[in-house]
Design a protein around this ligand. Sequence first.
Ligand code: ADP
Length: 259
Amino acid sequence: LLPVVVGVVALRRDPLHTIGFVLDNSARKELEQRKDDFISMASHELRNPLAALKMQIQLVRKRLERQSHHEAATALSRVEGPVKQLERLIGELLDVSKIQAGRLEYLQETVDLDALLHEVADTMQQLSTTHTIVVRGAAPRVLVGDKDRLGQVFTNLLSNAIKYSPGAETVEMDLSASEETVTVRVHDHGLGIPREQRDKIFERFYRVAGPKQKAIPGLGMGLYIVAEIVKHHGGTLTVDSAVGKGSTFTVTLPCKRDA
Ligand code: ADP
C-alpha cells in the first residue's frame, strides 16, 4: 500500500516527473531481473562442462591406474568438448566486460571476406552433426579490419541458426556483393523470434522468453558481441523472422573490390 500512496501523492505534485520515475524504475527492475537470471544461468552453464571434465578426469585416472592406455586416451579425448565450451563461455564473458568498459581491441588487417566466410562455414560444418550448412553466392571483396573478430560474428550467427532450429536439416548462408558492400544472410528454419522481442535480442543477457527457447542453453551474450563487432567495422546487422518458420540475420559490411 505504501508505494501506491507515495505514488499518488507524488503524481499529484509532479505528474510528468513521476511517470518518468516509474518508467525508470521498471526498466531498472527489468535489468536487475535479467542480471539475476544471468547469474543463475551462468552458474549452471559453467558447472555442466566442469562436471563432465571432472568425470572424464576421474575415469582417466582409474584407467591409468589399471594401465589400460588406449581406453585412457579415449576418455581423455572426451575432455576436449567441455574444455572448448568453457573457453568460449569465459571468452564471451571477457568480451562483454571489455565492451562495457570500452576496451575491446581490434586488429587492422586486410581480410579476404570470401575466404573467411568459407573457412567459418567449413569449421562449423565439421562441428555440426545435425545440420548441413549451404553456402550460396560469393563475396569477392576485402576490407581492413579484425579477421578473428569478424569470424566470431559469422560463427556466432551460424551457431545460433543451428542451435535454434532443432529438427531442421539445413541452414543457409547467402553471400552477395556490390561495389562497396558485402551482404551476408544467415538463414534458418527454426523457432523464429516474436516481433516485439526482435530488437531486444541484441541487448546484453537478453534471451527470448518461452519454453522452447529457454530449453536451449545460452546466456544472451553472443548477439550483443556480434552487434558490437559489426558496428565497429561500420556495418549493419538486422533480423527478419517468422515464429515457427525461421529467422534471417543480415550483416552488411563496407568493403573494397578484391584486388
Ligand atoms: P544465447 O543464444 O546464448 O542465448 P544470443 O545473444 O546469441 O545468446 O541470442 C540472444 C537470444 O536471441 C537467444 O537467447 C534466442 O532467444 C534468440 N535467438 C538468437 N538467434 C536466434 C535464431 N537464429 N532463432 C531464434 N532465436 C534466436
